[in-house]
Design a protein around this ligand. Structure first.
Ligand code: LLP
Length: 411
């Protein structure tokens, strides 16, 4: 089992109730420091968009990527501005709905364009606007097919063969090209890295334009499983730095190297704390039911993602003899199982025997945990708590059922 600070988790559960999310600020700071060689670390806030986490990022000199109007407003609420010295805000998306377009124009926020229509719509509304081009290099990779963002099955980015059309639109609307961007997927297999770097160099040469910056995108994976591979960030930087140097030699000036991680910065900082409320046996399967569901942590149901689980009882980590256990939630849906494979096959996990009232702690939930939660089964969003050393504070309170109903108080 991965280690837990059991007394602190018990104290937090006692104060704020279960289920709840925890984030450890020290882990986030440590992960940021591992990427400091990059000129700009741009946090992909879709992974964890709580404004208190964004503030922490900003204090550490981390820039931010937004993908929607809501995320733009979150970045602003956290104190980011478009022209922050350390990189400010970039809006990355494949389409601009009308409200987001209007706000992007008003704020003059640089837009990372993922479709030709975005360039047209932005160009018509805001000639001279600063843009990046997100290019799909024709190949991709991800921890699941659902997180692969390159190749011909992906809707993301501008297809590499359409670079010239995109550049023509940039000229037609006198848009200002800032840089080129590639993000081929999340949970990348590092054997692809050399290929991505080479594709970026080739792309810059083919574009034949002056650019200020390149972005390596995000996608850095983390060891969800005990003993899992941990990325060698120095090696990762080295390959991108070599690509950048080749581009600098080609253009004859310095080029800013950006990286855009979400998961790497926050996943390991986060935990989901739930309470064991029921147990049952069904044939060969021993089920332990907790008060968190896939409306809270969606990753296992969506991708068959693995999250290690620890049990806490009376403020102590539970150790000892284990048994195959299926951990499931309260939702009225069979897929509400935390120990499953992609495709939905239930996969029992060796865990110490759980007792009613134990805390079941899911590890590495800081990325795409709270951010992907929903109100399914009319369950309110759960609190988020930021831990810093011995202290902790609430950074989002529990939603109330009255708040859910209020949206429908019409007429
Ligand atoms: N940049 C772009 C353009 C992206 O689309 C993404 C993720 C990132 C950066 C950050 O990727 P990261 O470093 O966090 O892997 N819900 C899935 C992940 C979806 C990722 C979507 N885009 C999950 O829970 O694994």
């Amino acid at each position: 089992m991965k280690p837990v600070n059991a007394p602190q988790i018990a104290a937090i559960a006692n104060e704020f109730g279960t289920p709840c999310w925890l984030y450890d600020a020290a882990v986030i700071r440590e992960r940021i420091s591992q990427l400091k060689q990059f000129d700009v670390i741009r946090f992909a806030q879709k992974s964890c968009s709580n404004t208190h986490i964004l503030r922490l990022m900003r204090e550490q000199g981390v820039a931010v990527d937004s993908v929607s109007l809501g995320e733009l407003e979150r970045a602003l609420a956290a104190g980011y501005s478009v022209d922050d010295a350390h990189g400010g805000i970039v809006l990355t998306t494949d389409l601009l709905d009308r409200a987001t377009l209007a706000r992007a124009v008003e704020l003059k926020v640089p837009v990372n364009a993922g479709s030709p229509q975005m360039l047209e719509q932005l160009g018509q509304a805001s000639p001279g606007h600063r843009v990046w081009l997100r290019i799909n290099p024709g190949f991709g990779h991800g921890h699941s097919q659902k997180t692969n963002t390159g190749g011909e099955h992906s809707k993301h980015g501008i297809w590499h063969e359409h670079l010239d059309e995109a550049l023509a639109l940039i000229d037609r609307y006198q848009l200002k090209l800032v840089g080129l961007h590639m993000h081929i997927g999340s949970g990348v297999d590092y054997s692809h890295l050399q290929e991505v770097c080479a594709a970026m160099v080739a792309l810059v040469k083919r574009a034949g334009r002056d650019i200020e910056a390149i972005s390596a995108g995000g996608g850095l994976s983390i060891p969800y499983r005990i003993g899992g591979e941990r990325i060698d960030t120095a090696h990762y930087f080295g390959l991108w730095d070599a690509a950048r140097k080749e581009i600098e030699a080609h253009l004859g000036h310095k080029v800013t190297l950006e990286i855009e991680p979400g998961r790497f910065l926050v996943a390991e900082s986060g935990k989901l704390v739930s309470e064991v409320r029921a147990k049952k046996d069904a044939g060969a399967n021993h089920f332990v039911l907790v008060d968190a569901g896939f409306n809270d942590l969606m990753r296992p149901a969506m991708y068959g993602s693995h999250h290690e689980v620890s049990l806490v009882r009376d403020g102590q980590a539970v150790e000892g003899a284990t048994r195959p256990t299926v951990i499931a939630g309260p939702l009225c849906e069979s897929g509400d199982v935390f120990t499953q494979l992609e495709g939905g096959t239930v996969a029992p996990r060796e865990l110490p025997t759980a007792e009613i009232g134990d805390l079941a702690v899911f590890h590495d939930t800081g990325a795409y945990g709270a951010a992907m939660s929903s109100n399914y089964n009319s369950r309110p969003l759960i609190p988020e708590v930021l831990v810093d050393g011995d202290t902790f504070k609430l950074i989002r309170r529990r939603q109330t059922i009255e708040e859910l109903l209020a949206l429908e108080n019409i007429g």
